[in-house]
Design a protein around this ligand. Structure first.
Ligand code: GLU
Length: 447
């Protein structure tokens, strides 16, 4: 494989799909050496096939807002790669959603899902619908209209959507309600992230954040460190950031900053249980303002408009919000302030330049597809429970999640250990995920 040739072809075929091209380049550059040791991959054109989604659905979503006005959005589902199992991945509702973003996320999801050790292919979907400022009734009508179009293309053994940015338990509930009406069956395995009284797995809401902290613990142990007493800055206050803040605090670390699109909220004494609970209210309000935290807890916090969490002094940075949310300048600022570890919790949260800056300065860095895989892994556990019509206790799910995150860390170490003994977690995650999908594609022939 010649990465440059493949990228030139891909750029010509998909001009302007910048996030997608960025994600592909990152993976190809890190697998190139291993790939070229396998002539059978080259002969079967594995990479050329792997960078094209199996199929993509786009559809119109028309709905009526609270003022009685008709609104039109675009809906998508990208079924990226089904080599190792049914398509699996979240739905993102955000005003910036477009095909490039969902192709990048579906591509990343393919490798992430392979890392979980569970049989799940990669998929992603969503809409350019903007939940900010929408009423609960508007969210419900949009979710129903979205599912009206999508339902025939999904199923427990076909494609299993879940949440992502802008889609949490409430949205999954509204979508499932419409699904069961249209399909005329109570088929819980069609979506994950459901409520725990109707087929959802206990701990699924917390799983991405919890898993990220379990992975971080393993990474720190491997480096001879302990998480207790360390300071953490994180971005976002959605589901993922909430789970990460909860587990970090439980493990004895101190979350000293959270941020939002409007600025950063510093919490010098560390985030408290009350503040963590309040994050849930902030997300449900659809206001998307971190300043609300400072307004609610004025004595313990300080809000600065226009600043990111990466301007705050901390040991560990945890980007938990959106792709490319931590750039080269942010990485330099963090390093100058003494940060020595960054675990990417958001999908592709760091720009390639930021990753390069971390790695060339000896900062411990791990990529999203390994760090945040606990979310989709627990979705996989939810699928198993649904298929068997059983439900596991919190301890059973947590033990399995622990085990999966440990396995992912081990896979990164296995494939990412360099001749000098250092671990390149980016390479490790990409190669481990790639090898599994490539082998399955090879064995299944040209299709
Ligand atoms: N959206 C999450 C992710 O990026 C979860 C996907 C799922 O649970 O299917 O992995």
């Amino acid at each position: 494989m010649n990465v440059q040739n493949i990228m030139t072809n891909l750029e010509a075929k998909h001009p302007g799909e910048n996030e997608f091209l960025q994600a592909v380049r990152e993976v190809l550059e890190s697998i190139e050496e291993v790939y070229n040791q396998h002539p059978e991959f080259e002969k079967a054109k594995i990479v050329e096939r792997m960078v094209e989604p199996d199929r993509v659905f786009t559809f119109r979503v028309a709905w009526v807002d609270d003022n009685g006005e008709v609104q039109t959005n675009i809906g998508y589902r990208v079924q990226f790669n089904g080599a190792i199992g049914p398509y699996k991945g979240g739905l993102r509702f955000h005003k910036a959603v477009n095909l490039s973003m969902l192709k990048f996320l579906g591509f990343e999801q393919t490798f992430k899902n392979a890392l979980t050790t569970l049989p799940m292919g990669g998929g992603k979907g969503g809409s350019d619908f903007d939940p900010v400022g929408k009423s609960d009734a508007e969210i419900m009508r949009f979710c129903q209209a979205f599912m009206w179009e999508l339902w025939q293309n999904i199923g427990p053994d076909t494609d299993v959507p879940a949440g992502d940015v802008g889609v949490g338990g409430r949205e999954i509930g509204y979508m499932y309600g419409m699904y069961k009406k249209l399909a005329r069956e109570y088929n819980t395995g069609v979506l994950t992230g459901k409520g725990s009284t109707w087929g959802g797995s206990i701990l699924r809401p917390e799983a991405t954040g919890f898993g990220a902290l379990y992975f971080t613990e393993h990474l720190l142990h491997k480096a001879g460190k302990d998480i207790k007493g360390l300071t953490i800055a994180l971005s976002g206050f959605g589901n993922v950031a909430w789970g990460a803040a909860t587990k970090a605090t439980e493990l004895g670390a101190k979350v000293v900053a959270i941020s939002g699109p409007d600025g950063v909220c510093e919490i010098p004494g560390g985030i408290t249980k009350e503040m963590i609970d309040y994050m849930l209210e902030m997300r449900a309000s659809n206001r998307n303002k971190v300043e609300d935290m400072a307004t609610k807890f004025p004595a313990a916090t300080k809000f600065t408009a226009g600043k990111k969490a990466w301007s705050v002094k901390c040991d560990i940075a945890l980007p938990c919000a959106f792709q490319n949310e931590l750039n080269e300048a942010d990485a330099k600022e963090l390093i100058a302030n003494g940060t020595w570890c960054c675990c990417e919790v958001s999908n592709m949260g760091c720009t390639p330049e930021a990753i390069h800056t971390f790695q060339s300065n000896g900062i411990l860095f791990a990529p999203g597809k390994a760090v945040n895989a606990g979310g989709v892994a627990t979705s996989g556990l939810e699928m198993t429970q649904n298929a068997a019509h059983i439900s596991w206790s919190a301890k059973e799910v947590d033990d399995k999640l622990h085990f999966i995150m440990e396995s992912i860390h081990e896979a990164c170490v296995k494939y990412g250990t360099q001749p000098d003994g250092k671990i390149d977690y980016v390479k490790g995650a990409n190669i481990a995920g790639f090898m599994k999908v490539a082998q399955a594609m090879l064995e299944q022939g040209v299709c």
